[in-house]
Design a protein around this ligand. Structure first.
Ligand SMILES: [Zn+2]
Length: 473
């Protein structure tokens, strides 16, 4: 008797597990079709080099390189041009020991100082022409560290600095850079030269900046990124990226700006400009190129009933409803309702049935759309919760989206919940993380019970799952 009970309590969790695994199946297989993990190297074209030469050097198909750089067949590359080269992980050149990514306000020379690696070694390993010009998000190969345990100061003798440097197993160029010398071969006897070792790392940014970060430093189509800056005096920031000024929030000397990257932002290298205007009227500009990577979204082929396809093909109706929704999800205000640094909750105990960003091809190419949110599927009647605190902006019964709720979380961040069976909140009502706001259903243009969860920042739809996986300040 007791063994039978033991058997039953063992079987129940197993059968639940099987349901979850089989429901995950289609999503898993869609992911499996994607290419293996790639890293993107910034290659600077040398004189006479062609795409075929670069292809051979990195063992990356020429077509992949051309696609990553929006090049057409027959397009020539210029000497000095920065080319993005996707490289399969494990196939990186130079027998690399480690890789890292350049953060904001970092260049190869600064990274060399932080890592304690001679700049020349780092630059050589990365084929860099100008080691002071870093590109945020750039993958950097880190060569083995030299065996130095030196620290403190050395005094240049009658002998030039380069001889001291070699005696200490250091690069004379690194020493010159670290000491702000124009030429390592010309030092004055008696001059104090600092050598890397047990000294604190030199700050990466200069006055009035005391810190500048972009997280994640790797920007991708359809993903959110946050710029944080600290300054030595109070003031405000103006953040410009992709020809847009992004609203920022300043609390004295701490400044934050959220940047949503559109699903169709062209991959490439773009300047990021941050202007700090201090309360005393002085201003300082920081500028650095930043890479935007391809989001590598899949294509989904779907077959839907003709009556649904007919409504989806009605451009005027679809556009009108989209304009209504977008209009409600586009403003910015300084208050923030989500707890800084908290992971967001998944809005429903359900399975991800269709990811953000996939291109949806309906009924054999009759209609193509990009999926602006994440679909979470479960039985009709499953609760829908607020993933984080916010305020209800609107509730509506829409032709395409069905029973819909829009929440505002502050700082230009909105979420939407479509296709509900019932709405349990009212406009202007405050909600807290984990509070039930609705019931999952199949209303509007939907073929199975699910909630479409959409996240827009200043009107731009981005991947909501990133906010579940990564805390935002
Ligand atoms: Zn959806």
């Amino acid at each position: 008797m007791s063994s039978r009970w033991a058997m039953r309590s063992f079987l129940i969790p197993v059968s639940l597990l099987l349901i979850v695994v089989s429901a995950l199946g289609p999503h898993r297989s869609a992911e499996a079709q994607q290419p293996e993990p790639m890293r993107v190297i910034v290659h600077i074209v040398r004189a006479g080099e062609t795409v075929d030469d670069i292809s051979a050097q990195y063992q990356t198909p020429a077509a992949t390189i051309m696609q990553a750089n929006s090049l057409n067949r027959g397009d020539a590359v210029r000497t000095g041009q920065r080319i993005l080269v996707p490289v399969a992980v494990g196939q990186l050149p130079y027998g690399t020991i480690e890789q890292t990514t350049l953060g904001l306000a970092q260049s190869l020379d600064e990274l060399a100082l932080v890592l304690g690696i001679p700049l020349l070694d780092l630059a050589r390993h990365n084929g860099a022409v100008n080691p002071t010009a870093g590109v945020t998000g750039q993958a950097v190969d880190v060569p083995p560290r030299p065996q130095t345990t030196l620290g403190g100061d050395i005094t240049a003798q009658a002998a030039p600095l380069w001889r001291e440097a070699f005696r200490s197993n250091l690069s004379p160029y690194t020493l010159a850079l670290d000491n702000a010398l124009s030429d390592p071969f010309r030092t004055v006897p008696g001059q104090i030269v600092r050598v890397p070792g047990d000294q604190p790392a030199r700050p990466l940014v200069r006055e009035p900046w005391t810190g500048l970060t972009l997280s994640p430093p790797v920007l991708e189509q359809g993903r959110s990124t946050v710029l944080q800056a600290t300054t030595n005096r109070p003031g405000t920031l103006t953040v410009t990226f992709l020809d847009t000024v992004w609203p920022s929030y300043s609390d004295g000397t701490t400044h934050t700006a959220l940047i949503p990257l559109g699903r169709y932002t062209e991959p490439g290298i773009y300047p990021l400009t941050v202007v700090f205007t201090a309360d005393d009227g002085t201003s300082s500009t920081f500028e650095q190129p930043v890479i935007v990577y391809d989001g590598r979204y899949a294509v989904e082929r779907l077959f839907i009933p003709e009556d649904i396809a007919a409504v989806l093909s009605d451009e005027a109706l679809v556009e009108q409803e989209l304009a209504y929704v977008r209009g409600l999800m586009t403003t910015f205000s300084e208050e923030q309702y989500w707890e800084p640094g908290a992971y967001w909750l998944l809005p429903s105990p359900a399975v991800l049935t269709s990811a953000y960003g996939v291109t949806r091809d309906y009924n054999d190419g009759r209609l193509t759309q990009f999926h602006t949110g994440t679909d979470l599927g479960a039985r009709a009647g499953t609760p829908i919760y607020a993933p984080v605190s916010g305020v209800v902006v609107a509730t509506a019964d829409l032709q395409v989206r069905g029973l819909s709720t829009i929440l505002y979380h502050g700082r230009g961040v909105f979420t939407g919940y479509w296709h509900q069976q019932a709405i349990l909140v009212e406009p202007n009502q405050s909600v807290t993380a984990g509070e039930q706001i609705g019931i999952m259903g199949n209303t509007g243009l939907s073929t199975a019970a699910h909630v479409h969860w959409e996240l827009r920042i200043l009107g731009v739809p981005v991947d909501p799952m990133q906010w579940v996986r990564q805390p935002f300040p």
